[in-house]
Design a protein around this ligand. Sequence first.
Ligand code: SF4
Ligand code: SF4
Length: 501
Amino acid sequence: MMDLTIPKYKVLRDDGDCIRCGVCVRQCSYGVHEMDEDLNKVIAHSKECVNCQRCVVMCPTDALTIIRNPQSDPESVVYNNEVISDIAKQCQTGGVLLAGSGNPKPYPIIWDHMLLNASQVTNPSIDPLREPMETRVILGGKPGNIKIDEANHAIKTPMKPLRTIKLPIMFSAMSFGAVSLNVQKSLAMAAEELGTFWNTGEGGLHKDLVKYKDNTIVQVASGRFGVDTEYLNNGSIIEIKIGQGAKPGIGGHLPGEKINAEVSITRMIPEGTDAISPAPHHDIYSIEDLRQLIYSLKEATNYTKPVAVKIAAVHNCAAIASGIARAGADIIAVDGFRGGTGAAPIAIRNNVGIPIEYALAAIDNRLHQEGLRSSVSLIASGPIRNSADVVKAIALGADAVYIGTAALVAIGCHLCQSCNTGKCNWGIATQRPDLVKRLNPELMSERLVNLMHGWSHEIQEMLGGMGINSLDSLRGNRLMLRGIGLNDRELNILGIKAAGE
Ligand code: SF4
Ligand code: SF4
């Protein structure tokens, strides 16, 4: 069928700088660059370009520039390039439009409308270089009060299984199949070194990663891929995935071509078959059903592991979180509408769900009002982009955060949103061996560790600036936040004052 789309990007090559080395031809999995022997030059097929920037980064002479094609943007702001090109694509395929990565729409980013406090004269600030700063977080349900056996110096109150992380940041769920094994290796190695957790996602646990079990969260999703007792026992925390921010209310679909031999063994499904995750868990239609699954998983692991439940941030997430806490979960993870994904229908990714900032504030409020807050830990994600977002999330009520897209950016992702194609030139969202081997897990885990060390220093600086020496004192401390450019209703939902108040 005739293709009426205009190239979204324009690949510009400075022929004076180009040495015709062919690096860009070999590096691009989308076939953008072609060596034309007759013309003795490299030519570009701009229409194929997804703007992943691999060729720009790898070109030894900096001869390449990729720009947004000015002709692809019409005069109309209503029917802009995205709208027109989506219509043009659907005219050709008749199918659902898919994209990877997170919602790119210019909705307000509420993190950027909140400012942090700092001490001045009274309650003096603390210098984290000279004084101890507590950044550890204990995850899991804690009892409202504790009875002590003074004679034996022991706690009499029965305690639920708890887990300690050295910094309030974990790596969020990214399944083997959606991302390459080298991505998971990078995350697992970094999590071990940092004293935190990485998350298998819904794709089972590859045998090479079992050695990282003490730093692994194993996920149980609606497809139950790779789930058996051994898998559950190879996790330190078990997470039931009900929803994710990028596609609330719908399931997932990993096409058969991504199910190679390794993915097939890990997911426990036949090679080459589509991995379909149903929208609901077929055994969960109520909070009581969820409770049964939570306790089945606890039972299967002899009540030794915290069980988390992950949901997408939606309108009534506060009530849902209350139900999850009452159902016996130890941790609730909430993923905002800007959370990333390997593939989601564009219409869902860009239009369904709510910002994590509002969801987090509403859930923390509700759990406090109902006396449930200490019975669960609260994890926020979707998106957490930097150390300031982490501090603001904790001040809004989170115990810790998950990062996904930020971690992928650290290991090479350039946010081209083409994860669904399986051709990721950075070796991340692909199973193609020639692309996967571009990603070196040792080097990438080092980059992740560096990033987390940088954030950790900044978090300590921000805490010290507020005169606070532990994350425990910041959690839910909304007096440390002020809103800027938010209306009264939004301030009310967030439970914070306006800047100047
Ligand atoms: S990588 Fe750079 S120098 Fe090499 S062929 Fe491509 S544009 Fe030319
Ligand atoms: S993971 Fe790869 S395909 Fe996905 S957005 Fe990042 S660079 Fe693009």
